[in-house]
Design a protein around this ligand. Structure first.
Ligand code: SAH
Length: 240
């Protein structure tokens, strides 16, 4: 077999298809992924070519629970281990676009979950710091992301509602769980010009809040409605 049939080249480099032999029907998923990007993401108004390319590259089927791979390109969130979810692709794209990443940023993600969002961010920024409450989810996500050849993600198991002070300040911060209010520590860990996106609301429905730090002040905008699993921990809903 010539090399180019085993290595899929993309604008981000290549990944080794032999390492993906546990996922059947690679070509079928590539076609479904392309359709998902154009119908679910592009058509709803996401325009950034870098963001669209990242979604064309990351194989979402790798982040689905066993037995649910066939639903990888459905237009919705899906349950994963520990009572959590992998977010709807469009929602991931919306939040990613709002971070306006150009490639050199250090990004903090709260809620690693399946690792899908982390893999998208790793394609768009210099380094991703990702915090997850559940150790099992964190370990599985880290394996998946590394399995794609992405080595610019550092993980921590713990309470991300207080951020990750050790590597602050961050150029961008994304919270992928619903918070009762914008966690104070996250605003404090934002660099000048930095963007923070966080779903804020009650336990069942939230609105996407975008914060930008300008001249030392935090400017706030509200965007679309959304539904995320709850943020637990000190600045979240508690760990019940
Ligand atoms: N970004 C994920 C979506 C994960 S769902 C993906 O692409 O799949 C939200 C995740 O946030 C869950 O895994 C949950 O365990 C985690 N979470 C909730 N509260 C947290 C906290 N205080 N610190 C870290 N992770 C938290």
């Amino acid at each position: 077999m010539p090399d180019d049939t085993r290595l899929r080249r993309t604008c981000f480099g290549s990944y080794d298809l032999r390492a993906m032999s546990d996922v059947p029907d690679i070509e079928r998923y590539a076609a479904e992924r392309a359709r998902m990007v154009s119908e679910q993401i592009e058509r709803r108004g996401i325009r950034s070519p870098r963001v669209l390319d990242a979604f064309r590259w990351v194989p979402r089927e790798r982040f689905m629970p066993p037995g649910a791979i066939g639903q990888a390109y459905d237009d919705g969130a899906f349950p994963i281990d520990c009572g959590q979810t992998i977010s709807q692709p469009y929602m991931v794209a919306c939040m990613t676009e709002q971070l306006a990443l150009t490639g050199g940023e250090r990004v903090l993600e709260i809620g690693t979950g399946s690792g899908y969002q982390a893999a998208i961010l790793a394609n768009l920024a210099a380094h991703v710091y990702s915090v997850e409450w559940h150790l099992r989810l964190m370990n599985e996500a880290a394996d998946r992301v590394r399995g794609l050849g992405l080595t610019n993600v550092t993980y921590r198991c713990g309470d991300g509602s207080v951020g990750w002070a050790e590597y602050a300040p961050y150029d961008a911060i994304m919270v992928t769980a619903g918070a009762p209010s914008v966690p104070e520590a996250l605003g404090a860990q934002l660099a000048e010009g930095g963007r923070l996106v966080v779903p804020v609301g009650d336990r069942t429905e939230q609105v996407l809040v975008r914060i930008v730090r300008r001249g030392g002040k935090l400017e706030r905008d509200e965007g679309i409605r959304c539904r995320f699993v709850k943020l637990v921990g000190e600045a979240g809903w508690g760990a019940d």
